[in-house]
Design a protein around this ligand. Structure first.
Ligand code: ATP
Ligand code: MG
Length: 421
């Protein structure tokens, strides 16, 4: 688990605000739910024999002896919250386009891009059965990569898992095939042969991957409805000019997925190459006790996105400039400096103004002004105060310093500083 330091926060704020602005522009609304849920919620949704539930959850008994878990992901909580507040059904099916942001917890082996407390922005759409919304989610993510300037480093993989019957049939065929090679499988895959055989497709072991080449293909077992859905999605993506690759081995690690699954992957982050992943989960709402409601969504890992932006040098330099103006109070001027600062804040609410606190002489204060990365230093000394003026010193270019009336200062700053709202 990592502390995010002040030097990290400009990048995080930039990432979060860029994603939020984009999601809002596509008509998604924010939902916030607790970090802690009853353990049963995750066991029932993610699946008892998945890695997450088997060995990654932070689970403990609360003081009342009830088993609770720090959320390892957001979809289950989102469905729970929607059901509890009748957001999915109210004398008819409702549609919802939602997003959330926050920490998730998994007891994993920490490494670059893999933490025990990490952050996701998740998106879920409920009540849409067709492939149009699947395509819309992918278009949205593609636009996000473009906005962040990382589009050349990520690529899209998609697959279809079919409905539960086609998956069951495929599962039997895969197990029958792999039983012939049981001894040649890696240890994890042998265990999964009984519990979660589809996950074997995802094995990172080269020997296992070789064995899988001759295995039956999920694609050949797809029911006709899933097949039509998958083909319609591909055709929408093609018409939109969105490049993708069909990866028949893409299965995802959570049990609730059906039909469409996808991942945005990069080769710039080593083993932790998936920056965004998701898919359709048409059975989940019903499984958690609600009326059958189609759902589709994804989550992106913010730590991995931050790493990727850094690796590609796509972090805009200006986000680290957090001060526009630094106001010096030299001599016995602190009270007047406060007055001037507050009146500037009244006139220019989005001006990022730091008023010098902590005393000291002109030189020391100028050093602080420079360090703040401000564009402009305002100097208020006794001279200036007595004539209701202020000295304006430009810190980032050669413009000569000038002395202006305090009443004209706001106008001058408006001309010189591009204010971010
Ligand atoms: P992985 O295969 O990398 O373990 P996953 O299949 O467990 O990922 P999901 O549960 O689908 O991942 O989560 C969606 C995204 O959240 C991932 O693609 C990744 O970007 C991010 N993520 C998942 N687990 C972690 C973690 N422990 N640390 C940092 N980011 C993570
Ligand atoms: Mg994982």
């Amino acid at each position: 688990m990592k502390d995010l330091l002040p030097s990290d926060s400009p990048l995080w704020q930039y990432l979060e605000s860029t994603v939020q602005r984009l999601l809002n522009s596509y008509g998604f609304q924010e939902i916030r739910f607790p970090l802690l849920e009853s353990t049963e919620l995750f066991a029932r949704s993610i699946g008892e024999v998945t890695d997450i539930v088997e060995k990654e959850m932070y689970t403990f008994a609360d003081r009342n002896g009830e088993s609770v878990t720090l959320r390892p992901e957001g979809t289950a909580s989102c469905v729970r919250a929607c059901q509890e507040h009748q957001l999915l059904y109210n004398r008819g099916t409702l549609t919802q386009k939602l997003w959330y942001l926050g920490p998730m917890f998994r007891y994993e082996k920490p490494q670059k891009g893999r933490l025990r407390q990490f952050h996701q922005i998740g998106v879920e759409a409920f009540g849409y059965a067709g492939p149009d919304i699947d395509a819309e989610l992918l278009m949205l993510t593609a636009r996000l990569w473009k906005t962040l300037g990382i589009e050349s480093a990520v690529s899209l993989q998609i697959n279809s898992l079919g409905n539960s019957e086609s998956r069951r049939a495929y599962r039997s065929a895969l197990v029958a095939y792999l039983e012939n090679y049981r001894d040649a499988l890696d240890e994890d895959s042998q265990r999964r042969l009984n519990s979660n055989p589809l996950r074997i497709l995802d094995s990172k072991q080269p020997e296992t991957q070789v064995l899988l080449e001759g295995a039956p293909k999920l694609y050949d077992f797809l029911d006709s409805e899933s097949l039509a859905h998958f083909e319609a999605l591909q055709s929408l993506l093609n018409s939109a000019g969105l490049k993708f690759e069909v990866n028949p081995k893409l299965v995802r690690g959570l049990d609730y997925y059906s039909k469409t699954v996808f991942e945005w992957v990069t080769d710039k982050l080593g083993a932790q190459g998936t920056v965004c992943a998701g898919g359709r989960y048409d059975g989940l709402v019903e499984q958690l006790g609600g009326r059958a409601t189609p759902g589709v969504g994804f989550a992106m890992g913010l730590e991995r996105l931050a790493l990727l932006l850094e690796a590609l040098q796509a972090v805009p330099g200006e986000i680290f400039r957090t001060t526009d103006v630094y106001l010096l109070a030299v001599g016995d001027c602190q009270a007047s400096a406060f007055q001037l600062a507050e009146s500037l804040r009244d006139e220019l609410p989005s001006l990022r103004l730091q008023l010098h606190c902590g005393g000291g002489g002109f030189k020391g204060q100028m050093k602080k002004a420079d360090k703040s990365r401000a564009q402009i230093a305002l100097i208020l000394g006794e001279d200036e105060r007595n004539s209701a003026e202020v000295t304006v010193k430009y810190l980032r270019d050669d413009s000569p310093q000038q002395r202006v009336k305090q009443s004209e200062l706001a106008e001058l700053l408006t001309r010189h500083i591009r204010m971010t709202s």
